[in-house]
Design a protein around this ligand. Sequence first.
Ligand SMILES: [Zn+2]
Length: 306
Amino acid sequence: MRILLWGLLPLSLSAHALACADQVVALSSLSEHWEPRSYSHVESRIQGLKGLRRRVIGRVQHEKKPYKLYSLQSLGAPEGKIPVLLSAGVHGDEPAGVEAVLHFLETLSDTDKDRFHFLVFPCVNPIGYEKNTLANGKNQNINRSFLAQTRSTEARSVMAALESQGQRFAFAMDFHEIPHYWADEGFIPEDNPRSAYLYETHADPEKRIGRSMLNALDSDIEICQWASIYRDTAVNGLVTYPVDCRNKHYAAGTSLDAYANAHYTAHSFTNETPISWPMEKRVRTQLSWLRTALDHYARGAHHSPH
Ligand SMILES: [Zn+2]
């Protein structure tokens, strides 16, 4: 039985729902009951998804423990539907994206099934997810590893899956978060934003929708107001690529959103929510961005993925 809970049922039942792989966790109960971090729990939720084709796209191992990397794909032919690429958990210590993507797929509406054809990488970095680290088991930053000669098994697996698919997407969304302790690439913890912001890449200014995605957030979601985020130019929580790019690491184009934009879509996003927020608020923010982008494309404003 699938139970859709949006804060309507008592917490005891919500907690029960969390314990059962084939039932849907109430978004409203996430902050109370979300516990890091077992990849086997993520896997059981992936395996419990109905109406999606599940594939193992790669395998990694850490301290003799094997992990499978998955893709999930809408059933049926993509023709006539809007193709959408979603990815999460590239950085293991940013779990709200994994939660948001799984929740979205667990509660996928018939309308969305009819309109969209999804390809999803629900947790790209299972070892990091379980260890609560940004990097994978080999201390590699997967989001700097999307390049031809990559040494990251996870990045290679995602790239191979995209290549074998040979499909272009209306948009790609990579779900990330902001760990407040992150310090690397010349930045210190004080450089990490404390509120939500968004990267949007589209070469055509007319087709950018990041501002409306931020405007559509619930009123309790704080948006980063910094004029510069990791050296990039930011305007009211929006970093627009390529125009705002000042960060040499991002300019290298080895992140998943840049890779997707170079090869598989004209429109890509990287979502960012602070991990210090309650899980419910982070997931709600991520899902709101996804909803606004889906609704935009469903209205057919820019139907062509080319
Ligand atoms: Zn990240």
